[in-house]
Design a protein around this ligand. Structure first.
Ligand SMILES: Cc1cc2nc3c(=O)[nH]c(=O)nc-3n(C[C@H](O)[C@H](O)[C@H](O)COP(=O)(O)OP(=O)(O)OC[C@H]3O[C@@H](n4cnc5c(N)ncnc54)[C@H](O)[C@@H]3O)c2cc1C
Length: 471
């Protein structure tokens, strides 16, 4: 088995032999499957990425095996894409230039659970981490709604916030990532420890600047969470109630999301459980605060349609409430109609209910609102992940421009460049560490536009650009 990589031919059979004893996958159908993530949410990314595939998948079970994979890649100048569960939305785990995919899911040990922290291998699934924490009285401070199939390494490298962020902030906030270890791509890969603030050098770098082997995360005391769904006559009312819950000083919550009634129509598994045609507030509230939660919903003009423990929910055959929040909302719509897509929009002032209603009116009928509330630097913030009925790129640009003109920043979900979406500008600290950890530039090539401009500079010169405020 040989294949061309750029303008050279690679003997992938020989590479597979060199990778031994690491397990490899070379069956073309399976390699293709592992070359995809959830980029197909975006019709633009789908057109750009659907024909991008890796050549071989390596499945290390230990950090020593991971180091061996990276050494083989270095020796043979192979592009490398780290892959956890492959649930990213922007093609983060798609090999643009072919090469070796390193799937981390075999590195899944939970190494230590202590007072307020958990130390795990990078390939551990977050649902497994939460399951291990619960009997010890803890839970993850936040996790994405994909916890059943997504890895902690993928979340730290590619994610930003999730269920729990309304209480505990974004991943990047101090104390949430306590530390991580990552391997360099060199003749003899070295494992580096990044603690506290330094973990941000690797966080959200999309696997461009090191292969994460281990993560230590903040945990919080577990609570008896009740999955709640309340309905309202207007989206305005649902949003106002969401903001009131999100900013409550007395009611605990680890999820607070509002969903336009037209989107709720795409949730068949909630049929018969919710009032028809109503706008929805999804929340997780601790049992001891349920009376206060019910009073808040009534005061805001809503009705609590569902309030279930996990056991009650399972008995009724209803998924977790968070599968109707974050990007699972988009997924529920896409399951029924692939012409939908979404966007990521910041809300300048989460308390300004009028601005939300004005924006709904200003955008056409092809934009349906869905807001997530979170806490950033101690402040309640909201962001919109609207369903957009895709017509063409020109209309998408017009929708983006309408948001931007009203001061709602757009974090473009339709780009595969790390600088294009959530990050907006180049992160030169990430790129300086890339130069240190990956001097040949083998990790996830093509995902950083800025890297191509600075790859010949020293790490110090790249880092200096951060101070210069260059983007
Ligand atoms: C339905 C749905 C809901 C989602 N909800 C959320 C949400 O609530 N919050 C959120 O932040 N995201 C969300 N996402 C995005 C995604 O699920 C999460 O970010 C998830 O944590 C990614 O984990 P993964 O294991 O699937 O990573 P992958 O998709 O496999 O990888 C993500 C990135 O990390 C890199 N990477 C993976 N492992 C390593 C490693 N060991 N070392 C270095 N780099 C590595 C990859 O190269 C890639 O660039 C959602 C996506 C979907 C489809």
């Amino acid at each position: 088995m040989s294949d061309t990589l750029g303008n050279r031919t690679v003997d992938w059979t020989a590479i597979a032999v060199a990778l031994a004893p690491v397990k490899v996958i070379d069956e073309p159908v399976l390699v293709k499957k592992r070359s995809r993530d959830f980029f197909w949410y975006s019709p633009i990314l789908n057109a750009q990425l659907k024909e991008c595939f890796g050549d071989l998948v390596a499945c290390p079970a230990t950090r020593e095996e991971m180091a061996h994979c990276l050494a083989v890649a270095y020796a043979n100048d192979l592009p490398v894409v780290l892959r956890g569960g492959g649930t990213g939305n922007y093609g983060q785990a798609v090999p643009l230039h072919g090469g070796l995919i390193i799937e981390t899911t075999g590195m899944k040990r939970i190494l230590e659970i202590g007072e307020g922290f958990v130390r795990v291998e990078a390939g551990a699934l977050m649902a497994d981490i939460n399951a291990a924490l619960k009997p010890e009285g803890w839970e993850m401070a936040m996790f994405p709604s994909t916890q059943d199939i997504a890895t902690i390494g993928g979340f730290v490298a590619g994610g930003s916030a999730g269920i729990g962020s309304i209480a505990n902030g974004a991943l990047r906030e101090p104390g949430n990532i306590i530390g991580l270890k990552a391997l360099s791509v060199e003749a003899v890969p070295q494992e580096h420890l990044f603690e506290g603030e330094d973990a941000l050098q690797i966080h959200h770098a999309w696997g461009l600047n090191g292969a994460i082997t281990e993560v230590t995360l903040r945990t919080v005391p577990t609570r008896d969470w009740i999955g709640c769904m309340a309905t309202f006559n207007t989206y305005r009312d649902a949003y106002a109630a969401g903001y009131a819950l999100a900013s409550s000083k007395t009611i605990g919550r680890k999820l607070c999301s509002t969903v336009d009634a037209r989107i709720v129509d795409f949730f068949p598994r909630l049929d018969g459980h919710l009032r028809k045609g109503k706008d929805l507030l999804v929340a997780l509230v601790p049992r001891e605060d349920m009376d206060a939660y019910r009073a808040l919903i009534a005061a805001q003009g809503g009705t609590v349609d569902l309030a279930l423990t996990d056991a009650e929910r399972e008995e009724k055959g209803i998924p977790h409430v968070f599968e109707f929040a974050y990007n699972h909302t988009t997924l529920q719509v896409l399951k029924a109609d692939r012409s939908a897509t979404y966007q990521q929009i910041g809300v300048p002032d989460a308390s300004d209910v009028d601005a939300i209603a004005t924006m709904a009116a200003r955008q056409g009928d092809d934009v349906w609102q869905h807001h997530e509330f979170a806490r950033l630097n101690g402040e309640v913030v909201a962001f919109d992940l609207p369903i957009i009925w895709f017509n063409d790129e020109a209309r998408l640009c017009e929708i983006d421009a309408t948001y931007e003109a009203a001061g709602f920043p757009v974090y473009d979900a339709h780009t595969y460049h790390v600088e294009g979406g959530g990050l907006k500008n180049a992160d030169y600290r990430h790129l300086a560490w890339k130069k240190r950890m990956d001097p040949k530039g083998l990790l996830n090539p093509g995902k950083s536009r800025a890297w191509d401009l600075v790859r010949e500079l020293s790490p110090e010169d790249i880092e200096a650009k951060a101070g210069e405020g260059q983007t």
